[in-house]
Design a protein around this ligand. Structure first.
Ligand code: ATP
Length: 313
């Protein structure tokens, strides 16, 4: 059976630093990622800043093209218009300040050719569902707080009845005091609308709350993919373990041997390390890791927990 979304051996490379006399270099933002998202499933994408999360999300949402590999929607090359939508991190820059909120929310419908009357009605319904004031449609974005603007962006993302929403750190630009309200709204709308989500976050508490499965990116590569509870209870990849150790409150229990912390900086995606790209920071690294990249494979005795590590647990 086809997944809702299939990311198949997908890479995104950027040419950088080229000039009149200089040869450009290639920045490998996403490298050979394979990942499925099923209907009604929430997959969280985690990893340090610069690991390629936003780039991957933009390709899934159809806002950028992969350099290699493919993204298939219900088995097909074409994502039907409106069916995959994105919510961005910053609700201040994501909304056109010159447009009325009703028109912002209805914009995806305009692109689909829906007539003005129906656009108005559906925008009004969404404005109500995200619990904005009833007159919000007749106002401009600057009249709203950050949390309310993110509600506007959520209404816009849902107005065309998508099946998959890519949410890129939708809480991290908001005041801590309103993050949980917006999180609860996202969780509620996901249930009532049977949405699948690719939820990008560095906040493992939020990930634990929302995700069915978790995919861990390091330097553009998937290093672990597992069900949420498996990943939090017994991470297989040393990088996942280090991420969890940095947030010890999260998860059902502390991992034995906790206290491991990552040494060094994340390497450059222009000159990634040889072999396993994590070996420069990994406490378990051996000669094999320095020369040979590990494949993403099931951990021993754990058929649904995949890790790319020669020494996985
Ligand atoms: N348009 C671009 N041109 C060149 N390099 C880019 C471009 N977009 C992203 N990158 C680079 O690709 C890598 C991945 O960036 P990306 O924003 O996807 O990471 P991220 O995990 O989302 O980080 P953050 O959590 O900080 O948003 C980074 O090294 C970034 O500098």
């Amino acid at each position: 059976m086809n997944a809702l979304l299939d990311i198949d051996a997908m890479s995104v490379h950027f040419k950088v630093g080229g000039g009149l006399l200089k040869r450009g270099q290639v920045l490998r933002a996403v490298e050979n990622v394979t990942l499925r998202i099923e209907e009604n499933e929430t997959v969280a994408l985690v990893g340090e800043s610069g690991s390629g999360k936003t780039t991957l999300g933009r390709v899934v949402a159809g806002l950028a093209d992969p350099s290699a590999g493919a993204v298939r929607y219900r088995g097909g090359a074409v994502r039907p218009a409106g069916k995959v939508q994105m919510i961005f991190q910053d609700p201040f820059s994501a909304l056109d300040p010159r447009m009325l909120v009703a028109d912002i929310v209805a914009e995806p419908l305009r692109l689909l050719g829906v007539d003005a009357q129906e656009r108005r009605e559906r925008a009004r319904a969404l404005i109500e569902q995200v619990r904005l004031p009833a007159d919000a449609g007749d106002r401009y974005p600057h009249e709203f707080s950050g949390g309310q603007r993110q509600r506007i962006a959520i209404a816009r993302a849902l107005v065309a009845d998508p099946e998959l929403v890519v949410a890129d750190e939708p809480l991290s630009a908001l005041d801590v005091s309103i993050q949980s309200q917006v999180l609860n709204l996202i969780a509620e709308l996901r249930e009532t609308r049977k949405l699948a989500m690719l939820f990008i976050s560095h906040d493992l508490g939020v990930v634990h709350h929302l995700a069915d499965r978790v995919a861990v990116l390091y330097l553009g590569r998937l290093v672990e993919v597992a069900k949420r509870d498996d990943l939090f209870a017994r991470p297989s990849h040393p990088y996942t373990r280090a991420l969890l150790d940095a947030a010890p409150r999260i998860g059902p229990r502390r991992v034995p041997g906790a206290g491991l912390s990552l040494r060094g900086e994340i390497p450059s995606p222009i000159n990634p390390p040889s072999g396993c790209v994590f070996h420069t920071r990994c406490p378990k690294a051996t000669d094999l890791c320095r020369t040979t990249a590990p494949a993403l494979e099931p951990a021993p005795g754990r058929p649904v927990q995949w890790a790319a590590c020669h020494h996985k647990e």
